[in-house]
Design a protein around this ligand. Structure first.
Ligand SMILES: [Zn+2]
Length: 394
């Protein structure tokens, strides 16, 4: 018998108690990016509740039922997007922009949550910079780019002696149980480097809400930062916002900031989240309707004896398959171009992950695509395999 966690009322960004539950997704896999070597193990993967809550003061969205005790990021964690050419192009463009904008040449760069060091390597290569990356899930595999060191650990103040002109953290803060402590730690580390710049990237809650991107909700993401709550978090911690913008077709939110000149400097003004609150409530209604619509659609395809595959074993694909039981059990395979995922099984839902080549013989009638950003490359690959399936977009 496990003890029920009472939903957390306090907003992790602004501390307000004025929070409300908006969307409940029961018993989703705790690690949707952790793949399993056997179907039975995948079906028995650990699960947790997603009770998405909204802060009525800063607009932040977070899982009120989040249990940080369930989360550990070790070397079995596979979260790499770098096999996709679209994502590669995006990362390279972003690195070029940052090197130019902040004149990153011969500088010291720290990346928190650097994965295998791909992005850090680009930043260093483009500007002949020196990089130190931190990631507990780093797996040593071959040589790193020149001037790049990776420390397989969480970044903390004990590493403050590593100087940085530029601190990058991409797709990290949405995982953190205590984002305010993280922002405050960064501010202390950067206290003596007023010219240093902080770059933060996270999935955009504004995009998720505007596009009903409910498949982007995963247990690993405790937090969903929008423009309002991202700014609030870092300005409250003593940063001055230099820029705030969306990238990757609007799906990511990027903040550039530097330590504010004096502590206690008033923020640029508290955002009015009244309109946002209504948008979030509409989003929750649309999300429930979307789940119902896909259930009917999968039932219809099954009744017509259509052979259906999902393309993309990233988090969207895994959540799509997990939020539609039992209908998604009618799908047997998920395609992914990442060779490290192929042959493994989807957490919770149990489908096997296969390579695009597998489709040459399997010949699906319908391919469900998880991300329109990859539409062109996937349609080209399908054509090259001699397939002419129907494409559906989630
Ligand atoms: Zn708040």
């Amino acid at each position: 018998m496990t003890e029920m966690n009472s939903p957390r009322a306090e907003c992790p960004v602004c501390g307000s108690q004025r929070t409300e539950p908006v969307l409940h997704l029961p018993q989703i896999p705790v690690f949707c990016n952790l793949l399993w070597p056997e179907r039975s193990a995948a079906l028995a993967a650990p699960r947790g509740d997603m009770r998405l809550g909204l802060c009525n003061d800063c607009g932040h969205l977070f899982n009120q039922a989040f249990d940080p005790g369930l989360m550990t990021y070790d070397q079995a964690y596979e979260n790499s997007l770098h096999f996709s050419p679209s994502f590669q192009r995006y990362a390279r463009g972003l690195a070029e922009t940052l090197v130019e904008r902040y004149d990153l040449h011969g500088k010291d760069i720290i990346e928190i949550g650097c994965g295998q060091g791909d992005f850090l390597g680009m930043l260093c290569e483009l500007g002949n910079n020196r990089g130190v990356g931190f990631d507990p899930a780093y797996v040593e595999e071959g040589a790193l780019p020149p001037n790049v060191t990776i420390i397989p650990d969480y970044y903390s103040e004990k590493y403050a002696s590593h100087r940085a002109d530029f601190l990058v953290s991409r797709h990290v803060i949405e995982h953190l149980a205590r984002p305010r402590a993280f922002a405050a730690m960064l501010r202390r580390v950067m206290a003596h480097r007023p010219d240093a710049v902080l770059f933060i990237e996270a999935p955009s809650a504004d995009y998720m809400v505007a596009h009903t991107a409910l498949w982007d909700i995963i247990y690993e993401h405790y937090a969903y930062f929008g423009r309002a709550s991202m700014t609030r978090l870092f300005e409250d911690a003593g940063f001055q916002t230099l820029d705030l913008y969306e990238t990757f077709g609007g799906q990511y939110l990027c903040l550039e900031a530097r330590p504010a000149a004096s502590s206690g400097q008033p923020a640029t003004g508290r955002a009015d989240v009244t309109a946002w609150r209504d948008q979030v409530r509409d989003f929750a209604r649309s999300a429930r309707a979307e789940i119902a619509r896909w259930r009917r659609e999968l039932e219809r395809l099954a009744a017509a004896n259509k052979r259906v595959v999902v393309w993309g074993a990233g988090s969207k694909g895994v959540m799509f398959l997990n939020l539609l039981p039992p209908q998604a059990r009618l799908i047997d395979f998920v395609v992914d171009i990442n060779p490290r995922k192929q042959g493994k099984f989807v957490a919770g839902a149990g489908q096997q992950i296969v390579s695009p080549d597998f489709l040459r013989d399997y010949r699906p009638d319908v391919i469900i695509l998880m991300n329109r950003n990859y539409q062109d490359e996937i349609q080209e690959m399908a054509a090259a395999l001699g397939l002419s399936p129907e494409f559906r977009f989630v």
